[in-house]
Design a protein. Structure first.
Length: 217
């Protein structure tokens, strides 16, 4: 419990930490705002963390009760899209089936109070990709007639073989679609908005773990 509470405090130390996260993610090459701040087109972007290759990986998604109420499939959707990107770009890694993880979450009261590394060791994996959802919606806040997908999450990687918490990487991913701004409901569809937002979010997450070539977003 104490380890998880300390993690939450890490994520909530105010504007200074947020600024440091922006600078770190931007200069390290990971797409901090899911494509809003693009690197120079045609330039190679190095992986921010390279320890996912040829490893067994568990994707662990946390959503709060309000997100669960409005979007009950959020954990499954995020796991599925991020898993697709991992299989595509890290093909030698072994990914634990998301249904197994979600079943564990549903059947384990208080799972979110356990240290992340402990859950990873329970499943015998090398790495846990922990995704803590902050925002997850398809409508512009306060304007139900306007649609814009928004997924924001704290993302961290835990090495289950290290002492302590095992956390070896962390960043913040903030994705919007369409990035140009909200669109009237009659011009788009909620499923299309969610699909495209999930696609952009998962791509931004997994790009942190492999080298890629920048292109206009």
């Amino acid at each position: 419990m104490r380890e998880r509470l300390n993690e939450r405090r890490f994520w909530s130390r105010g504007p200074l930490l947020l600024l440091l996260l922006v600078l770190t993610s931007t200069f390290a090459g990971c797409n901090f705002f899911g494509g809003v701040f693009s690197d120079v087109a045609g330039q190679p972007v190095p992986a921010q963390y390279t320890g996912m290759k040829k490893k067994s990986i568990l994707i662990l998604v946390y959503t709060d009760s309000s997100t669960e109420f409005v979007y009950p499939q959020a954990r499954r959707e995020v796991s599925s899209f991020v898993g697709f990107e991992i299989r595509k770009h890290l093909p030698k890694s072994k990914l634990l089936d998301s249904s197994t993880v979600i079943a564990y979450q549903n059947n384990t009261p208080g799972w979110d109070a356990l240290p992340v590394k402990t859950i990873g060791k329970h499943f015998g994996v090398d790495r846990v990709l922990y995704i803590e959802i902050i925002h997850y919606h398809t409508h512009s806040p306060g304007a139900r007639h306007l649609m814009q997908g928004h997924i924001e999450a704290h993302v961290a990687v835990y090495n289950t073989h290290l002492p302590g918490s095992g956390r070896v990487f962390s960043t913040l991913i903030n994705t919007y679609w369409p990035k140009s701004g909200p669109e009237p409901v009659y011009d788009t569809d909620s499923n299309a908005v969610l699909y495209n937002t999930l696609q952009r979010f998962s791509r931004s997450v997994v790009r942190c773990f492999y080298p890629w070539t920048a292109h206009p977003e």
